[in-house]
Ligand binder design. Structure first.
Ligand SMILES: [Zn+2]
Length: 564
């Protein structure tokens, strides 16, 4: 061996699925300076299955490090377009012993960060559903920090702008990359506070200015969560004004619709109107038609999206491969109950008369409010995370109520009060046919909607989404072709969110890769063991550094916050 190797890393002997949707082909992939070089192999018998001859052995001599990918698929690193991982990496071990300055979270925090990487995700996009860790006016930051301390179960901070968020993450070593949308709910709370009223003109101008600054610094787009307070307090016009700012930056309007249940079609029309009036591209988050009144409604929403696309509108969506969702227990209560934030909510829950009002609102509905429990029932809502009540985790609210001989709303209310308003739930609200229809839509990409926070039994999607699509929906059910599924996880996602030079395997692209066994890949995470790593994901490469080898983290931390 003489001189410097041509490549820092060579992924040798695999079948390349390049993320564009094109057919798989045998090729080696070289990495130098964090960028890819594709080295086609002839597909004669023996070369893909591993004879160390010809071009293969020559290229091995040219590399400082080799990953053996014989019998495996080599694809671009997965882009998780929908996460709530904004703060999890900032939760260091107790006492902040890794120098990150984190104060809580401990081993579970570390395990949470790892789960995404082990399933092959090389870029996470957070700031979804209207909730991000920035921006805010300086005078609102302390109050926002207090709320995030409750929401994330630790001191993860709140930042004036994207640059502040990126700087905080920049101080914490991470394995994969992170990009963030600007959350409309955060923006609203960061100017008005968490109050139930329209924004005044000056406040809307301030929101637009904060959004503009963060988008200019590199945030990925604007997100809304119009079922969640305080985003739900905004009318359509307010969101149009903000989406116009996103449009000026050429960045998408990403929305958790105002209703994903009985009024999902109306909510979709509102999103379409916002996109049309503002000029921003539309991306519908975790598209679903949930609750018994909306089951089967994807037979109407998907043709509507297809029709808009055929007419030239830039509209896409994402989906996770499960029939259960996960959110905050507080979101099961009517919007007025959350007016003023978590402290105001728990104060109201202490008042029996207010509880009765909430009980009636759930039974009768409130115009413009999704009302998950009214669409399903407390027997479909199970407790995921309630740190002070580990024995409640995994049980449904209906079961807890039956065991206590109490009314379900009182059980939910008592739990919320005892947990300072922060309880995560899993909502078994969808049917498989709808999930499959959305997965198969040619403009649907994959997003986990993972909500990593310490403790409890989070939804298994944070650890299982991508291997589940590849194992269950590609290999077992044949719903998607392999190349098509990989495209949804990589190239399609990178194009939507402006991840230039990512999501594809081609000469000069960023060296973010996954090596997986198409015969073995499968999710192992379940509702009872939600963080179990998947099977069949052998290696993960971020920026040319191997972060996972033989299914285990290597300890390399090449990840960073991406300014887009
Ligand atoms: Zn959402």
């Amino acid at each position: 061996m003489t001189g410097t190797p041509r490549f820092d890393l060579l992924v040798r002997g695999g079948l390349v699925v390049d993320g564009t949707g094109r057919p798989a082909r045998p090729a080696d992939v070289g990495v130098s300076g964090g960028r890819l070089t594709v080295l086609p192999r002839d597909s004669s018998p023996g070369s893909a299955s591993g004879s160390a001859s010809g071009s293969v052995s020559r290229s091995v001599a040219d590399a400082a490090e080799v990953l053996d990918a014989r019998g495996r698929v080599v694809s671009p690193g997965f882009v998780d377009v929908h996460t709530h991982s904004d703060g999890v990496a900032l939760l260091g071990p107790p006492g902040g012993g890794d120098g990150s300055g984190g104060v809580s979270g401990g081993d579970s925090g570390r395990e949470l960060v790892r789960a995404s990487v082990l399933q092959g995700v090389t870029t996470e996009i957070c700031g979804n559903c209207g909730s991000s860790l920035f921006p805010a006016l300086p005078e609102r930051l302390a109050a926002m920090r207090a709320e995030t301390r409750i929401t994330f179960g630790g001191d993860v901070g709140a930042y004036a702008d994207f640059a502040g968020f990126a700087a905080a993450h920049g101080r914490v070593p991470r394995a994969n990359n992170l990009a963030s949308l600007v959350g409309h709910g955060t923006l609203r709370a960061g100017v008005l506070g968490p109050v139930d009223r329209p924004a005044r003109p000056a406040e809307l101008r301030a929101m637009c200015a904060l959004l503009d600054a963060s988008l200019a610094q590199g945030a990925a787009g604007l997100s809304t969560g119009l079922i969640y307070t305080p985003g739900s307090y905004a009318g359509t016009a307010e969101v149009v004004a903000l989406a116009e700012v996103a449009a000026r930056h050429g960045k998408p309007y990403v929305t958790h619709l105002r209703d994903e249940m009985s009024r999902v079609e109306e909510a979709l029309e509102e999103a379409i109107e916002i996109s049309r009036r503002s000029g921003a591209a539309l991306h519908v988050s975790h598209h679903k038609t949930a609750g018994r009144y909306a089951w089967g409604r994807t037979e109407r929403t998907l043709p509507r999206l297809a029709e808009l696309r055929a007419g030239g509108m830039d509209v896409t969506c994402d989906v996770y491969p499960y029939t259960a969702g996960s959110t905050a227990l507080a979101a099961m209560l009517p919007p007025w109950a959350n007016d003023g934030g978590l402290r105001a909510l728990t104060a109201r829950l202490g008042d029996p008369a207010q509880r009765d009002r909430m009980r009636r609102a759930i039974a009768e509905g409130v115009p413009g409010w999704e009302n998950t429990v009214g669409n399903g029932g407390w027997d479909r809502i199970s407790v995921a995370c309630a740190p002070r009540h580990p024995r409640a985790e995994g049980a449904t609210i209906a079961d807890l109520a039956a065991a206590a001989g109490a009314d379900p709303l009182d059980v939910a209310a008592d739990l919320l009060v005892a947990e300072d308003g922060e309880v995560t739930i899993i909502s078994h609200s969808m049917i498989e046919d709808d999930v499959r229809r959305v997965l198969a839509a040619p403009y649907a990409m994959i997003g986990s909607d993972g909500v990593p926070k310490p403790g409890g039994r989070p939804h298994p999607r944070w650890a299982g989404t991508f291997p589940r699509v590849l194992g269950r929906y590609v290999r077992e059910l044949g719903l998607l072709g392999l190349e098509e599924a990989v495209h949804k996880m990589t190239g399609m996602a990178a194009a939507r969110f402006g991840l230039t030079g990512r999501g594809v395997i081609r000469d000069g692209a960023h060296a973010d890769l996954v090596v997986f066994d198409p015969a073995e890949v499968a999710d192992l995470a379940t509702f009872t063991e939600p963080l179990l790593p998947p099977a069949g994901v052998g290696a993960v490469v971020v920026g040319g550094a191997v972060v996972v080898r033989d299914g285990e983290e290597t300890g390399a931390r090449p990840g960073r916050v991406l300014a887009l």
